[in-house]
Design a protein. Structure first.
Length: 494
């Protein structure tokens, strides 16, 4: 048995080999033994005579070098780990043919996407091994950084942990017109942050989950540990996704400098917000812009979690940990970037902070309102063309967050007060502090379906797998629920 420290030290001497399935930009120098951050390739697509943009993805097993010189068995989409970045424009109709070459059934959920429930990719749209699932919808929302990941009931943490996750970027004219960094892989960088533990033989360790799920001691960014980004422009935009199972990150730059938050889960903010720290819980995204001077180096780091009142086992939940996430190395000469615009995308309020709540949700242990998920139970039906206000309370001494499928919501209040600027944009996932109550406004505009439900759940994947989830139908006037009976033992249902 080698000690963990000795094992990792040995890795530093191993030759540089890049993860297969990722296109990696060449870097001039790799300081401190780091490797260049892999940039997921853009998923190829073709537009047919019918105007539909078509993609294909294949869930498959392979191996990748998360740790340099070590081969780790991983799962990926159309590659050995993670997946290509799917990119489409608002107004466009998309179709994705997803085949499953894994040894077990999986599903693909479009996190943050407004789309018909039967194409949502939740636990009711399983893809059996060897099967192909082909959802299609029209993108009807503003430019945003979304993502896709598996959602099999009870096994989401395992599937994500093994490497299944990808970005889904939506573009639109309004965002294109803004002078933000937007050259993919150059000054507009997708960055998925995950944590992993490895066994002595280099496999991803799936043992010993804590009460917040699997926590790792190694940070993996875009599929590799120990990455750096060579910055060649004065400003760089990072589209950050917390793709971890149960870990919260408190992002900051190592030298304490401020950065700007320009977007959250559902799109760009009304205006950039200067921050020195930004907390992201699992499933949340943030677009941040960092300014660097020629030749400068800094590090994106995660600091201990400061918001911990009411959490009784902070150390066990990883709240005390500090990690280097990504080294940023500016070139000696930087291409000029436009200054950040004073305003970005305006937002119209869906409801007033004083609007009474339509429904309320208590989060505790693995339950929402004292119930665990039952795929055969519809927890609520929502009349189409309504705006609802949901009141969500963490009445626990555990961290939880709250994610709603189908919609992006606005946070009206946090414990009765206006939310901080970082929570003032469109969100589909919100962290809930222990003891706090959040009111969320959301609109159920269309996509009625009496059969297929959408989910709402805690996005700590272990909690979700344990049943901290419920289901709702969006119904047309006069429509009655007609849910499909689920055989929970069925492997493939499509
Ligand atoms: Cu990102 Cu229901 O999930
Ligand atoms: Cu989702
Ligand atoms: Cu939870």
């Amino acid at each position: 048995m080698v000690s963990r420290r000795g094992f990792l030290a040995g890795l530093a001497l191993a030759p540089v080999v890049y993860a297969a399935g990722c296109s990696v930009r060449p870097s001039v120098s790799a300081a401190n033994g780091t490797r260049p951050l892999p940039i997921p390739s853009l998923a190829p697509s073709s537009v047919g005579a019918d105007g539909v943009r078509r993609f294909t993805l294949r869930a498959q097993a392979g191996s990748s070098e998360m740790l340099r010189g070590v081969s780790t068995p991983t799962w990926g989409y159309s590659g050995s780990v993670l997946g290509p970045t799917v990119r489409a424009r608002r107004g466009e109709r998309v179709e994705l043919a997803i085949s499953n070459a894994l040894p077990e059934a999986t599903s693909v959920h479009w996190h943050g996407m407004h789309l018909p429930a039967k194409f949502d990719g939740g636990p009711h749209q399983m893809i059996a091994p060897g099967a192909v699932w082909t959802p299609s919808w029209t993108v009807q929302q503003q430019a945003a950084t979304l993502w896709y990941h598996p959602h099999p009931h009870g096994a989401t943490e395992k599937h994500v942990h093994r490497g299944l996750s990808g970005f889904f970027l939506i573009d639109d004219d309004a965002a294109d017109a803004l002078p933000l960094p937007k050259e993919y892989g150059v000054d507009d960088i997708p960055l998925v942050i995950q944590d992993r533990r490895f066994t002595a033989d280099g496999a991803v360790d799936e043992s010993d989950p804590t009460d917040v799920g699997l926590l790792g001691d190694t940070i993996v960014t875009n599929g590799i540990a120990g990455a750096h980004l060579r910055v060649t422009t004065e400003r760089v935009r990072l589209r950050v996704l917390n793709g971890s199972s149960g870990r919260l990150y408190n992002l900051a730059l190592a030298d304490g400098r401020a950065f700007h938050l320009t977007g959250t889960d559902g799109g760009l903010l009304p205006k950039p917000v200067a921050l020195e720290q930004l907390q992201l819980s699992p499933g949340e995204r943030a677009e941040i812009v960092i300014a660097l001077r020629p030749g400068e180096n800094t590090t994106l780091r995660s600091l201990p979690i400061t918001d911990r009142a009411g959490i009784d086992r902070a150390a066990e939940f990883g709240f005390d940990d500090t990690f280097d996430i990504l080294a940023l190395q500016a070139a000696e000469t930087l291409r000029p970037s436009a200054p950040l615009p004073a305003s970005l995308i305006p937002m119209t309020a869906l409801a007033a902070a004083t609007t009474p709540a339509t429904r309320s949700f208590d989060l505790q242990w693995f339950m929402i309102n004292n119930r665990r998920m039952d795929m055969n139970r519809i927890d609520m039906t929502i009349p189409v063309d309504t705006t609802e206000v949901w009141s969500v309370r963490n009445k626990d001494n555990w961290p939880h967050n709250f994610h709603v499928h189908d919609v992006q919501f606005q946070i009206l209040t946090v414990d009765g007060k206006a939310p901080p600027p970082a929570l003032s944009g469109w969100k589909d996932t919100v962290y809930t502090s222990s003891g706090s109550t959040y009111t969320l406004a959301m609109r159920f505009a269309d996509h009625t379906d009496p059969t297929y439900p959408y989910m709402f759940h805690c996005h700590l994947l272990h909690h979700e797998d344990q049943g901290m989830m419920g289901q709702f139908l969006v119904l047309a006037p006069g429509q009655r629920p007609a849910p499909m009976a689920m055989d929970m033992g069925a492997k493939g249902h499509h």
